[in-house]
Design a protein around this ligand. Structure first.
Ligand SMILES: Cc1ncc(COP(=O)(O)O)c(C=O)c1O
Ligand SMILES: N[C@@H](CCCC[NH3+])C(=O)O
Length: 412
C-alpha cells in the first residue's frame, strides 16, 4: 500500500503532481512519500502490539537522514552495519538505545564508536569478533551488550545473492559454535550476552522460512536457559518481501501472529529489522525519455536514469514496474528500458510491454525506495540523482542533485 496514485490522468505523489516535481528538481529524481513511510511503520507497530518490541529500520535500505529522522520521530530504532551508518543514525537523532549493529566485518574503530555511543547491542557474527569486542570494551571500561547472530541453515527461497541464512553464507554462527560462544561470552566481564539474532535473507515471499527459523531459535533459547544463559531479546532481522510485480509476500501481521505466543511465554522483547518493507514502496525513481530506438532485434527506450541510479535490475535481474507519469492511450510495444551507461547490463526493464512513448516524456520506476539511491554510484561520471520527500502538499529536498564539482571534490 502506498500513496502514489493516478488522478486526473497523471501520477501523483500524495498531493503533488510528479510532473511538477520533475519540472522543479529535474530528472532522474527519487521521490519518497512520507505518508507511506509512516503507514508502514504503523503496520509493524500494530503487528507487534501487546508485545515488548522494537522496530529497527535497516539503514542500508535507505540511509537518507531526513527519512531516518521521520522514522525516528515515530519511535523507530535502526539496524546499522557500519560506522558510517552509526554516524547517519546519530545525526538523524536516533537514540543509541534503539540501535543494533550487525555485519560480519566490524572494524576496531567502528566497535569503539558504537561502544562510545552506548548502542543497544552488537549482533555478533563470529567468535573472533566476540573476542575483539570484549577486548575493546575492556580497554574502554565499557560493557558490550551482545546478541549472537545465528545462521539457522534455512532456505529463504529468494535470490541467491540476498539469501543470508544458509550454512554456505558468510553470516552468523551455527548453533554448535554459538553454544560455545554464548558460554564464552558469559564469562567475559566486558560482554553481556542478552540476545539472539538472525536474518535469513531479503525479499522473502513466504512465511515458512520465518516459521522454521523461529522454531529453531526458540528451541535454542530454551536449551541455553538450562546452561544459565538468559536470552531477553529475540531479533528476527528483516527480510519481509514487497510486491514489485505479482508477489504476495507475508504481511508484518502474519509475522506478528507467528511470534506472539512464543515470545510472550518467554518474556522476550522482539526486535525486527525491516528495510525494504518500510521503504521499498515508499519511493519511485522518475526519469525522462531521451530517445527511442528500433533495431532489427529490439525496441529500446533510452532514459536519463541508469544502473548507477538503480542497480537492482542489472545486479539481480530484479523487476520494477514502470509506468508513464502522464498516461496516454496508444499502442504498446515490447521494449527494453535502458540508461546511457556504456554497459549492456545497463537496463531498468527488459522485454517489457510499454506504450510507445516519445522523447521528453516522463516515466516512473516504482518500488525504488529501498536499495535504490542507497546503492547508487557515480559510474560513468554521472552525478547522483536528487531525492525529495513529499508529505501531503509539503515538499522537502532531502538531497540535492550532485554537481560536476561533487564528482571531483575529493580529488584535490
Ligand atoms: C542484518 C540485516 N538486517 C536487516 C536487513 C534488511 O532486510 P530487508 O530490507 O529485506 O528487510 C538486512 C538486509 O537484508 C540485513 O542484512
Ligand atoms: N540490496 C538488496 C538487498 C540486500 C539486503 C542486504 N542484506 C536488494 O536490493 O534487493
Amino acid at each position: 500500500m502506498d500513496y502514489f496514485d493516478y488522478r486526473e490522468n497523471e501520477l501523483w505523489a500524495e498531493e503533488i503532481r510528479v510532473s511538477d516535481l520533475a519540472r522543479q528538481f529535474g530528472t532522474p529524481l527519487y521521490v519518497y512519500s512520507a505518508r507511506t513511510l509512516r503507514r508502514h511503520v504503523n503496520v509493524f507497530d500494530e503487528a507487534l502490539a501487546g508485545l515488548d518490541h522494537l522496530t529497527c529500520f535497516s539503514v542500508k535500505a535507505n540511509g537518507n537522514i531526513h527519512i531516518l529522522r521521520l522514522l525516528g520521530s515515530m519511535g523507530s530504532g535502526v539496524d546499522i552495519v557500519s560506522g558510517g551508518e552509526l554516524f547517519r543514525a546519530i545525526m538523524a537523532g536516533i537514540p543509541p538505545a534503539k540501535i543494533v549493529y550487525s555485519g560480519v566485518g566490524k572494524q576496531d574503530h567502528e566497535i569503539r564508536e558504537a561502544l562510545a555511543a552506548n548502542i543497544l547491542m552488537f549482533n555478533v557474527e563470529s567468535v573472533a569478533e566476540l573476542e575483539r569486542i570484549s577486548q575493546i570494551a575492556t580497554e574502554m571500561g565499557a560493557v558490550a551488550r551482545i546478541s549472537l547472530r545465528i545462521n539457522p541453515d534455512v532456505d529463504p527461497k529468494t535470490h541467491p545473492y540476498i539469501s543470508t541464512g544458509l550454512k554456505k553464507n558468510k553470516f552468523g554462527l551455527d548453533m554448535l559454535e554459538a553454544t560455545g560462544a554464548y558460554l564464552m561470552a558469559k564469562k567475559l566481564p566486558a560482554v553481556s550476552p542478552i540476545g539472539m539474532d538472525c536474518h535469513i535473507g531479503s525479499q522473502l515471499t513466504q512465511i515458512d522460512p520465518f516459521v522454521e527459523t523461529l522454531e529453531k531459535l526458540l528451541a535454542f533459547i530454551d536449551r541455553l536457559k538450562t546452561s544459565g544463559i538468559d536470552i531477553r531479546y529475540l531479533d528476527l532481522g528483516g527480510g519481509l518481501g514487497i510486491t514489485y510485480d505479482e508477489e504476495t509476500p507475508p504481511q508484518p501481521a502474519d509475522l506478528g501472529r507467528v511470534v506472539a505466543e512464543a515470545v510472550r511465554e518467554r518474556g522476550l522483547t522482539v526486535i525486527l529489522e525491516p528495510g525494504r518493507a518500510i521503504a521499498g514502496n515508499a519511493g519511485i525513481l522518475v526519469t525522462k525519455v531521451l530517445y527511442t530506438k528500433k533495431t532489427r532485434a529490439k525496441n529500446f527506450i533510452i532514459v536519463d536514469a541508469a544502473m548507477n541510479d538503480l542497480v537492482r535490475p542489472s545486479l539481480y535481474g530484479a523487476y520494477h514496474h514502470i509506468g508513464e507519469v502522464a498516461p496516454k492511450k496508444r499502442k504498446k510495444l515490447k521494449v527494453d528500458v535502458v540508461g546511457p551507461i556504456c554497459e549492456s547490463s545497463d537496463f531498468l526493464a527488459q522485454d517489457r510491454l510499454l506504450p510507445e512513448v516519445a522523447s521528453g516524456e516522463l516515466l516512473a520506476i516504482f518500488s525504488a525506495g529501498a536499495y535504490g539511491f542507497a546503492m547508487s554510484s557515480q559510474y560513468n561520471a554521472r552525478p547522483r540523482a536528487a531525492e525529495v520527500i513529499v508529505d501531503a502538499e509539503q515538499i522537502t529536498l532531502a538531497r540535492r542533485r550532485e554537481t560536476y564539482g561533487d564528482l571531483v571534490a575529493l580529488e584535490g
